[in-house]
Structure formats: structure tokens, C-alpha cells
Ligand binder design. Structure first.
Ligand SMILES: [Zn+2]
Length: 279
């Protein structure tokens, strides 16, 4: 029994992780069993896309999570394992924006519509579809430069303060918007703030969102494949000019899309240290 103690501590130091607020930790695991528990939140371990005997868990950290040292527990039938996690503070830029004042202080007649659209989106993001539609990395929805990163602290018309929940791509003229990966369209409509909006369900709690479109090529229920055009970029909703806003929701948390793309890419490229749960 005494012999086990040094091994135990070695093991702990091998598997310590850190992640910034607003980013996602992709945790590679030796099997596709069990759940990861962190902050009372349970995340299902899912099979690796290239080797279903292995697993991984997607652990997005909410933008407003304060820096802290915490733990994750991997709970399986074979036993439990504790992993150290440090949540670090990301340094996001600040932006001051001027938009139509009705999009900052909405007129009373718009309030019901706004509330309904919010509830509709929250219901979608809270839905965990156990089917995985994709088997390749996610791609950028447009070939263009980014004009605003995820996480910028924003002030609208000196009044409203929030943060930027996605990444903006320049699109001065209407450009085709491509599905980031295979999935099913779960929303395609005009909304008050996000204008022409498409949401794709990729399964296992992953949704991609495309805002401010001027035209739809898809409607709810359509299956789409990676790279397929879902519509044209535009300048609808709360905007300062024409662009595409691209967002990612993972397990109901708005995560940095560019970081998400890079994390998922590691499943298909880099060999990474895998947490073993066999004693
Ligand atoms: Zn945006």
C-alpha cells in the first residue's frame, strides 16, 4: 500500500490542466466511459472520432467564471479519478460601438418578441442530442479576415455593457456562408438582435450560430454537410456594418469559436497525453 503513494502523486502532477475563461478544455481520455464532474456539472464522455475505444470530453468555461484552482472528477464503473484544473483570466480587448438606439433600448412593442426569441434559443441550446453528425474537423464559415474577436468587453452607445459572444468576419458584400460541419438546421429565421439567423445542431450539445444573414438557403429540419452554403451574409439585426457573426454553443455555454475549431482539430492531428483510468 505504501508503494502506491508516490505513484499516486506522480499521477496527479502528470494530469494537471489549465484553461482560460471563455475557452474550452478538450480532455482526451483512455476510454469512452463515464462522466466528468466539475462544479456540479456533469459532462458525458463521448467516443473519439477516429478511435471509438478512446474518449474525450468537451469542457467549456463560461466567460464570467472567476480565476480559481479547482478539480475535475472522472467517474466510471472502474473507479474515479481526480484531475487538477486551474481556470485563468483571459485578457480580452475592450470595444465601444455605436448602433441603432432601438437595438440598445428596444421599444416596448419589441420586448415580447425579444423574450420569445431568447426563450426559443435557450431551449435549443439546452437540448442534448445524443447523435453525432460530424466526423471531420469544423471549418470557418467564410474565407475572410476577423474584425472582432470573441470575448471583447463591449459598450453599446455608452449605455449597454456586455461581451462579444462570437467572432465577426468581414463581409462588405453578400458572401456565401458555409456550414462549419455536418448537422441539422434547428433555426432559420429573422430575429430582433441577430437579424437573419441560422443555428445548426451538430449533436452531443454542440451548436454553431450564424447571424446577420441577408438570405437563407436552408430551413428547419434540413440536413447540411460541412462546407455547404446555408445563406448569404448581410447587415440585419444589431450591427455597425455588414459582417458575419459566428458563434459556438457547447453544453449551453457560449465558447470562443476559433479556440473551439483548434481544440477539435487536435482530435484529428496531434497525438496528445491521454488520461488513463485503469488502476
Ligand atoms: Zn459579432
Amino acid at each position: 500500500m505504501k508503494l502506491l503513494i508516490p505513484l499516486f502523486f506522480t499521477f496527479f502532477s502528470l494530469f494537471a490542466y489549465d484553461v482560460h475563461n471563455g475557452k474550452m478544455l478538450l480532455l482526451p481520455l483512455s476510454s469512452a466511459q463515464g462522466i466528468i464532474m466539475m462544479h456540479d456539472r456533469n459532462t458525458t464522455v463521448v467516443p473519439h472520432p477516429l478511435n471509438p475505444n478512446r474518449g474525450f470530453a468537451l469542457l467549456p468555461i463560461d466567460y464570467y467564471t472567476p480565476p480559481q484552482k479547482t478539480e475535475m472528477q472522472w467517474l466510471t464503473q472502474d473507479g474515479n479519478l481526480t484531475l487538477d484544473l486551474e481556470i485563468l483570466k483571459a485578457s480580452y480587448p475592450t470595444e465601444i460601438l455605436s448602433v441603432d438606439s432601438a437595438k440598445v433600448t428596444p421599444p416596448p412593442e419589441a420586448l415580447e418578441r425579444i423574450a420569445l426569441e431568447k426563450a426559443e434559443a435557450e431551449k435549443i441550446y439546452a437540448t442534448y442530442n445524443t447523435v453525432r453528425y460530424w466526423d471531420k474537423p469544423f471549418i470557418r464559415p467564410i474565407e475572410s479576415i476577423t474584425t472582432s474577436e470573441y470575448g471583447s468587453a463591449r459598450t453599446y452607445n455608452s449605455v449597454l455593457k456586455s461581451y462579444h459572444g462570437g467572432v465577426d468576419f468581414r463581409a462588405q458584400t453578400p458572401l456565401p456562408i458555409l456550414a462549419s460541419n455536418d448537422g441539422v438546421i434547428v433555426l432559420a429565421k429573422d430575429r430582433y438582435y441577430s437579424g437573419g439567423t441560422v443555428i445548426i445542431d451538430h449533436g452531443e450539445g454542440i451548436y454553431t450560430c450564424y447571424f446577420h444573414l441577408s438570405q437563407f438557403d436552408v430551413s428547419v429540419g434540413h440536413k447540411v454537410t460541412r462546407g455547404q452554403s446555408i445563406g448569404l451574409s448581410g447587415a440585419t439585426g444589431r450591427i455597425t456594418g455588414p459582417h458575419l457573426h459566428f458563434g459556438i454553443m457547447v453544453h449551453g455555454i457560449q465558447s470562443d469559436p476559433i479556440n473551439f475549431l483548434a481544440q477539435i482539430e487536435t482530435l484529428f492531428s496531434e497525438p496528445v497525453a491521454i488520461v488513463q483510468n485503469s488502476q
